[in-house]
Write a protein that binds this ligand. Structure first.
Ligand code: COA
Length: 332
């Protein structure tokens, strides 16, 4: 087994801002309701001619620049996404063409709801740890505005667009410690695309409350599993492992889900109040839930603003349609 690490990050968000005040002109809602129930004040919406592919390209260009590699060094491209139109050929191939990546590059999309980035990341990790490739690009990119029903107040206040990318590389020392991937296929009907009027892939529909309950529990379980894969650690040992974690980068779906998961971590590990909450990175206020982009975007912003730095131990933890959930434990 080889070691793998993150050597560069990048992100892209569209210019257009959709605020809560814009939304209250569109559906029966209020800024107060949205802020109190979700923590979101605004989200970014892609232009007509922007897609998951064009946003992914911009994020990956920035990650390549940040890592100091040449684009020809990339040996594989793994793209977490849910909004490729038409659904095939893959967004990865389209991105590789636009960017002029190497001719024989293997590329593919991973479709695991909003957990797609965590899954794609874990595949990239395994490619490197197993010795198949030395340098892998992993992207999370979604244009959720294309599948959001702006007449449904239950969903349209939550979602936005964006992209994030990381470059993974074989490293002399351990960077990516491990990943945990989870699923609950029986709950697939809680979050799906429903056809409305027959066109396109349909629009997001969900049982918000049930997804909320699942998400809070699943994020805590995945944090535990990535710290203690065998599930044998006692509370004291698990707490000691958790205390080594500098920050948690959760999927930005709802600030209450993030803080609820933190409270549950504090209760189950008998931590002082605030200890898990203070570790949570929250960017949702400005960007909403942009699906597979939310974690790599928060990672990139946090590194660039100094909220986290090289040497820190972070958990990236997410959940999404499927239902799926996952976490990646990484020494930056
Ligand atoms: N503005 C005003 N009222 C709204 C509203 C909006 N945008 N959306 C829903 N409501 C209403 C509901 O109709 C309901 O009214 P009722 O009591 O008269 O029936 C009331 O607010 C409470 O609804 P409820 O669904 O219980 O609210 P909630 O506290 O669970 O918050 C979500 C709703 C969607 C914000 C929350 O459940 C959530 O975030 N779920 C997870 C969703 C998610 O993350 N999905 C993506 C996963 S990747």
């Amino acid at each position: 087994m080889y070691h793998a690490g993150i050597i560069g990050t990048g992100s892209y968000i569209p210019e257009r801002i959709l605020t809560n005040h814009h939304l209250k002109e569109m559906v029966d809602t209020s800024d107060k309701w949205i802020v109190e129930r979700t923590g979101i004040r605004e989200r970014r919406i892609a232009a007509e001619d922007e897609t998951n592919v064009t946003m992914g390209v911009k994020a990956l260009e920035r990650a390549i620049e940040n890592s100091g590699i040449h684009r020809e060094d990339i040996e594989s491209l793994v793209v977490g996404t849910n909004t490729t139109e038409p659904v095939w050929p893959s967004a990865g191939g389209h991105m590789a063409n636009i960017m002029g990546l190497r001719k024989d590059l293997p590329f593919f999309d991973v479709q695991a709801g909003c957990t797609g980035f965590n899954f794609a990341f874990s595949i990239g990790e395994m490619f490197i740890k197993g010795g198949q490739y030395r340098t892998v690009a992993v992207v999370g990119t979604d244009k959720l505005s294309a599948i959001t029903d702006y007449e449904d107040r239950n969903t349209c206040v939550l979602f936005g667009d964006g992209a994030g990318a990381v470059i993974l590389k074989r490293t002399p020392h351990e960077g990516i410690v491990r990943s945990h991937l989870g699923g609950n296929a029986k709950s697939r009907d809680l979050l799906l695309l429903l056809k409305k009027g027959g066109a396109g892939n349909g629009y997001i529909w969900m049982e918000g409350r049930k997804v909320y309950t699942f998400a809070r529990r699943a994020m805590v379980e995945s944090c535990f599993r990535v710290l203690d894969p065998s599930g044998t650690a006692g509370k004291k040992e698990l707490r000691a492992l958790f205390e080594q974690v500098t920050k948690i980068i959760p999927h930005q779906a709802n600030a209450r889900i993030i803080m609820g998961a933190a409270e549950e971590l504090e209760t189950r590990l008998e931590l002082p109040p605030g200890e898990a909450k203070n570790k949570m990175i929250v960017t949702i206020e400005q960007y909403g839930n942009n699906s597979t982009a939310s974690i790599p975007l928060a990672l990139d912003i946090s590194l660039r603003t100094g909220k986290i730095k090289k040497g820190d131990l972070v958990i990236m933890v997410g959940f999404g349609a499927g239902l799926t959930y996952a976490a990646n434990l990484v020494r930056l």
